[in-house]
Design a protein around this ligand. Structure first.
Ligand code: COA
Length: 327
């Protein structure tokens, strides 16, 4: 027994911010952003929340799978931008979609979040604990970026994607997952500081002193990490599942940057056409990027039953990994 994705859904905020719009507020240009990242526009919330987008993506995925909310036993929401400290976004989604029989919790692994959540749901399903799950990635990165910092604000966007995952004879064949906490500082964002009766926030509370209240990143370090570790872990997964790189129909990677994806394709000797991209329209939506792209391909009819698909995520933590599945 394994787990199979039987339906997908996504939800993007209505508001579109183009590179030219950003050039009005920071010293940048469409040419600089698009040549270095492949990003031309992104969506950002205006009224939507992480949970409202997640719930809508979940409804669409359930409809696509032909599964009712009442049948769902497990909801995992991957997010690093929850609307509330608690309850978790997954519990809000459970309420919104009336999945009263589900256990619901959040999982935080930044841009690898959807992949790790899918693997977690798979582990529950494979061991027979649950049969039907909803795996969701939802992010509101627009609240974590400093809109005055041109080196980061041009990269990210908001959105949500979801997948219904069910017990099946065919589906997920294997996965690999990694973390390297020692490199955590290359991409991080501080949470609420500790400030209480006996400790002032200025005294520092963390293993590192925050340099900003917003997301901070060493772009070149992150770039180097991604182009090395992603092909490495995909190769390992292909060995594990006894597959040649050219036998995979689609490589669906986290949509951070087109140059990272092009470099992975080149290092693997695989035609770039097998690495679909949509960051030109949505930017980097962190845990939401893989399920949003999966849903687009699914609804465009590009995914055929029996096709071999590799999903790969990478991001803050550092975290990275890949999963291989039969569609
Ligand atoms: N517009 C115009 N100029 C910008 C800019 C912007 N939005 N952002 C930075 N610059 C400037 C820098 O200030 C620097 O100027 P200087 O040479 O005068 O100091 C110059 O462009 C080069 O900056 P650098 O950081 O070296 O650029 P880069 O070629 O490394 O590209 C990234 C920056 C962020 C696009 C690139 O490092 C990257 O894509 N990294 C991966 C990031 C990522 O994907 N993170 C998420 C992973 S989940």
């Amino acid at each position: 027994m394994t787990s199979r994705i039987t339906g997908t859904g996504s939800c993007l905020p209505a508001e579109i911010i183009t590179n030219d719009d950003l050039a009005q507020v920071v010293d940048t240009s469409d040419e600089w952003i698009s040549t270095r990242t492949g990003i031309r526009s992104r969506r950002i919330v205006k009224g939507e929340s992480g949970a409202s987008m997640a719930a809508e993506a979940a409804r669409r995925a359930l409809e696509n799978a032909g599964v009712s909310a009442g049948e769902i036993q497990l909801i995992i929401v991957a997010t690093c931008t929850g609307d509330l400290q608690f309850p978790g976004t997954a519990c809000v989604v459970q309420k919104e979609i009336q999945a009263d029989g589900a256990v619901a919790f959040d999982l935080g692994a930044a841009c690898s979040g959807f992949l790790f959540a899918l693997n977690t749901a798979h582990a529950y399903i494979q061991t027979g604990v649950y049969q039907k799950a909803l795996v969701i990635g939802t992010e509101v990165l627009s609240k974590l970026v400093d809109w005055k910092d041109r080196s980061t604000c041009v990269l990210f966007g908001d959105g949500a994607g979801a997948a219904v995952v069910e017990a099946s004879e065919e589906g997920l064949q294997g996965f690999v997952q990694y973390s390297d906490g020692k490199k955590g500082e290359v991409l991080s964002c501080i949470s609420r500081p500790v400030e209480n009766l006996i400790h002032r926030k200025e005294e520092g509370t963390d293993y590192r002193t925050p340099v900003s209240d917003y997301l901070t990143m060493n772009g070149q370090e992150v770039f180097r990490f991604a182009v090395k570790k992603v092909p490495e872990c995909i190769h390992q997964l292909l060995d594990q599942t006894r597959t040649r790189a050219d036998q995979v129909d689609w490589y669906i990677l986290h949509q951070a940057n087109s140059r990272i994806i092009q470099s992975v394709a080149k290092r693997m000797g695989v035609d770039e056409a097998r690495f679909p991209m949509n960051m030109d329209r949505y930017g980097n939506t962190s845990a939401a990027s893989i399920p949003i792209l999966l849903d687009e391909l699914n609804r465009e009819g590009k995914l055929a039953r029996g096709q071999q698909i590799v999903l790969a995520g990478f991001g803050a933590g550092l975290t990275w990994g890949a999963a291989k599945l039969t569609w």
